[in-house]
Design a protein around this ligand. Sequence first.
Ligand SMILES: NC(=O)c1ccc[n+]([C@@H]2O[C@H](COP(=O)([O-])OP(=O)(O)OC[C@H]3O[C@@H](n4cnc5c(N)ncnc54)[C@H](OP(=O)(O)O)[C@@H]3O)[C@@H](O)[C@H]2O)c1
Length: 279
Amino acid sequence: MKILITGSNGMLGHDLVEVLKGSHELVLTTSKTLDITDEKQTLDFITDSKPDLVINSAAYTDVDGCETNQELAYDVNGEGVKNLSRACKEVDCPLVHISTDYIFNGKNTRPWVEDDEIGPISVYGKSKLKGEEYIQETLDKYFIVRTAWLYGMNGKNFPKTMLELAENHSQITVVYDEVGTPTYTPDLAYGISKLIETDYYGIYHLTNSGNCSWCEFARYIFEMAGVDVEVIPVTASEFARPAPRPSYSVLENKKWIENGFEPLRSYKDAIKEYIELIK
Ligand SMILES: NC(=O)c1ccc[n+]([C@@H]2O[C@H](COP(=O)([O-])OP(=O)(O)OC[C@H]3O[C@@H](n4cnc5c(N)ncnc54)[C@H](OP(=O)(O)O)[C@@H]3O)[C@@H](O)[C@H]2O)c1
């Protein structure tokens, strides 16, 4: 297939390229070559390149930054996705779009399923939800893939931050009352590569298996890296950040499993591999 990938320089974009380049013809774009907030450029670019599939891994992902740069958040995560949807409609190709656990309000006591009620509590979550809505209004052939707590080689992320902090701190405070599923971008990219071989369109939750709090995750990272640091648990309200986060955002990969795909490996196995690679 000829696959156009937006945000190909990003953390997930980088691994999508790695996973897909052997078996597909890729058209790679960055914000410099295709600014998805530019309606005309997006339409022209996609009608000229005529892809069989578009994967949108571009987004404004700074969750706290979205609170102060609201216009940018809605432009990239909402209008940008609208522009992509319209362009895909024009050339009749499916769109794979990456969304987030932050479209839920976090007030659940069991993992969220795809058709649970949505209720984002941050600007980032609200802007990402706009993107989902535009796709559903415009297209029949789409995969909306909601994922969570991403980390990979090519970008700023929680495991990297923890290991950097540990270089000059003996104690680190980490939030214990937010629970989710850390997800390794090469595993997610692999999942997406399987999904696009099908026409099982719709909304999917896709994460590594298992779940933990940020605090448990930090402890596991240090244990696997053999780093001796004291992790001090704090509540999210003690660790004030500009954007509120859902306190429970574990995503049940229900539709993924129902459609016969294998669950992605456990977050513990994935982070073990990541730490081995960055050591
Ligand atoms: N990170 C997480 O924990 C997480 C969790 C759940 C879901 N997600 C979702 O997963 C997807 C990938 O996330 P990520 O962490 O890999 O993101 P990332 O590393 O921040 O990469 C996003 C990319 O988007 C591109 N971009 C920004 N504005 C653009 C514009 N106007 N036009 C075209 N490209 C633009 C940037 O491109 P340039 O580098 O060229 O400027 C950047 O490389 C996003 O949809 C995100 O919302 C992420």
